[in-house]
Design a protein around this ligand. Sequence first.
Ligand code: HEC
Length: 122
Amino acid sequence: MRPIILLLASLALPAFAAERTGAEVYEGTCSECHASGKFNAPLFGNAKRWNKLVREGLDDLVPAALGGVRKMPAKGGNPDLSDLEVARAVIYMANAGGGRFAEPSSADLARWRQKADKRSKK
Ligand code: HEC
């Protein structure tokens, strides 16, 4: 009996882990550019660059990250990420640069998705 329970428990794990934290998404996807400054991406923890971005606010930053802006690819080039995961990564980076943003609500996510779709049609 026991091995079966263990097996079931390990199968269930990925479902719980489906939505990654901001730190995990950052490490896995965003750090490629934001840890190196590749393409002049705003460097993680660079207060000077992020202060300005933090003042623009999440209503600007998250749609930009979802839809892409100039050399910044949509969702950081990783379409497997959910909108929530991308938003969390933005918040993780923004808070490391002086922001004080909290976990987004589903209303936030819906608004950001709408904005991103509108921007990409331009
Ligand atoms: C291939 C390189 C690359 C990757 C990977 C990448 N970015 Fe970026 N990112 C950039 C560049 C370059 C800019 C600057 C864009 C500009 O303003 O010209 C940028 C800018 C941003 C901005 C500021 C947008 C604004 O409104 O000015 C946010 C927020 C951001 N990235 C979030 C993310 C997140 C979240 C991830 C991971 C899911 C990510 N990036 C992955 C290159 C990257």
